[in-house]
Design a protein around this ligand. Sequence first.
Ligand code: GLU
Length: 417
Amino acid sequence: MAEPSSDLSPFEAVQYFFHDVADQLGIDDPTREVLNGTYREIRVQLPIRRDDGRVDTFYGYRVQHNGARGPYKGGVRFHQAADLDEVRALASLMTWKTAVVKVPFGGAKGGVQVDPSTLSRPENERLTRRYMSQVSYIVGKKRDIMAPDMNTNAQTMAWMMDTWGRSYGHEPAIVTGKPLTLGGSHGRDAATGRGVVMVLDAAAEQHGWQPENLTVAIQGYGNVGSWTARIAAERGYRIVAVSDISGAIYAPDGLSIEMLDKHVAEAGTVAGFESTEPIDNNTLLELDVDVLIPAALGEVVHHLNADRIRAGTIIEAANHPVTPVADSILADRGVTVIPDVLANAGGVTVSYFEWTQNIQEFKWTEEQVNEQLGRYMRTAYRKVRERSEDLETTLRRAAFAIGISEVAEAAHLRGYV
Ligand code: GLU
């Protein structure tokens, strides 16, 4: 495989990782065509009335990448960068992610291209409902199940379930990540962050690291970053830096996440938290820490800063935070990257538990959810690690090898190719 270029789009980057591993696995061309491309892509126009009476039009996407292993599954994000290419990339990552953790779903993703900070709550509700009604004919509990992602949450899912139900009848399993009172699962809100920490625990156990001796920097303090920080701190890891869009903070002796949460509740940002040094987001990525956890946007570690990363291990809590060029620079430098399709799979795993609870009309306790999540994450970590040892390759290539082999087998058994 030729060296990756530094200006790949998000979908081209995922395709690079795909072909790199498909070459190693000797996947034939017709199978590659089916696995690499997307099954269905839709773009919908979303005019909404603003609170002041004007009408503004936004655009939304839903990409169903591959459904060989089960119904399409994946979140919906509201973000200004959520164009068709990015949504395709994220849909494809969902296909490999669900296969790596062995939950019986395919991969999909949705996006509405909007800066959500410009929307009032009623505008956000109108946009969410409009999006769901425009894509409603391609979703279904056995077809395509949406969930939260960047800038969407349990409230978004409640509006989506309600909108879909008005046309087709009440159906909690139509979306996951719902509020508890509407059929959501215990533990879903924290699940992605909890899964990230389970992966960190598994790595620590493998290498004999003690949590209290390990320094961790987390980029992003949204749902994933903040839960990762909370649960990692509970487990004794030393969180020395965190950030959000307003800035980053550094405290070499470790942050009290409990106090930080109080500060965030009042100030609306991590910036300005007492007894910390203000730094910028780029500096956070380059801190001399043991573990770096990018938990926000994609492509934050790239060809210009990969040489300056000092962490020995990167855990990809965000989707596609490391570009292919950076990935190969980091591999050459001996930095371990635990890839997104493994590290952030806790969210979709608990979405699977939520979906099964909805179908059974039964509720698990939080202990049951977390225990099962631990089993899925530890098994996935062990399989990826073993595959990387067998193939003498990186954890990303090993995870893609597992994902691609699973999906190829399902596609062959169904007779797609
Ligand atoms: N949006 C999350 C992800 O990227 C969760 C998807 C889901 O629960 O379906 O994995």
